[in-house]
Each structure stands twice: as structure tokens, then as C-alpha cells.
Design a protein around this ligand. Sequence first.
Ligand code: FES
Ligand code: FES
Length: 151
Amino acid sequence: MSVKIKVNGTVHDIDGDPSMPLLYALRDNIGLRGAKFGCGLGQCGACTVHVDGRAVFSCITPIAALNGRAVTTTEGLLEDGKPNKVQQAFIDEQAAQCGYCIAGMVMRAQHLLNQNPDPSDEEILTGMQPNLCRCGTHAAILRAVKRAARA
Ligand code: FES
Ligand code: FES
């Protein structure tokens, strides 16, 4: 079966089992490697992307649920090939250690700031909570979100 999904503005025909997770389609079929496989269970956020503007765990989102819906990945946030303000804030704060969680963190932060452009510290903490960093760089990540909000 083939499922059409629109990713970063381009429509792709994905041939495969409709229950295939969006994360596999992004990485293996389309070649976008920003979103990462962490837990595969919707518990870590490494795979976070946007679907119709909402942050979702792509590891537990079947492609069958996406016909006609718009997916955005961290690659889709680039502006003229350069980091957007959220991505730049993560770079400026050197928020990554190993970097494995960062694409998901950026997508979570972008979602948070789209909903609430001027979040309080408490709102940033709550908004970023679904995403985990096993390197423990949470303090730098929270600084990056604050920096992006000020930018
Ligand atoms: S890999 Fe998707 S939530 Fe962990
Ligand atoms: S920087 Fe390593 S998991 Fe977050």
C-alpha cells in the first residue's frame, strides 16, 4: 500500500505497511536523519516532529494516520539553508553534549514557542517535559529555549 505524506512541503509516496512508524519513513524512505530513534515507545522525545503544527512522537505515529497531513522535521525549520532562531539559540547556548536528543528538543521548543512566544520559566519546564536528555544538558537546553524566546 502507498501512503502520501507531505514532509517539509514536498509530497512523498511511501510504499510500505501502513502501520510503519513515521520515523522509519522519514529516516529510511526519505533520508531525513534529524529525528532519532531513542526508545521507540513514545517516552523520550528523540523522534519529535510536527504534524499539522503539533509536536508528535514519530516513533509511534503510523504513516496511515498521515494521509494529506503536513509533517515538519528539524530540516524543515531551516531558513535559506541556515538555522532558524530556535536552532541558532541551541547552537549559541552549546546545548548539546552527544546531540542525540537535540533535533527532538528543537522541535518541542519550536512547538512551545509557536503556542506561547513569551513563556515563563515554569511554562518552559512544563512544555519541554516530554523530551529527555540522557546527557543531562537540561539546564543549557532551557537557556536555549529562553534565548530563542528573546530573539
Ligand atoms: S524514540 Fe520516539 S519517543 Fe523515544
Ligand atoms: S545531548 Fe546527549 S542525549 Fe541530550
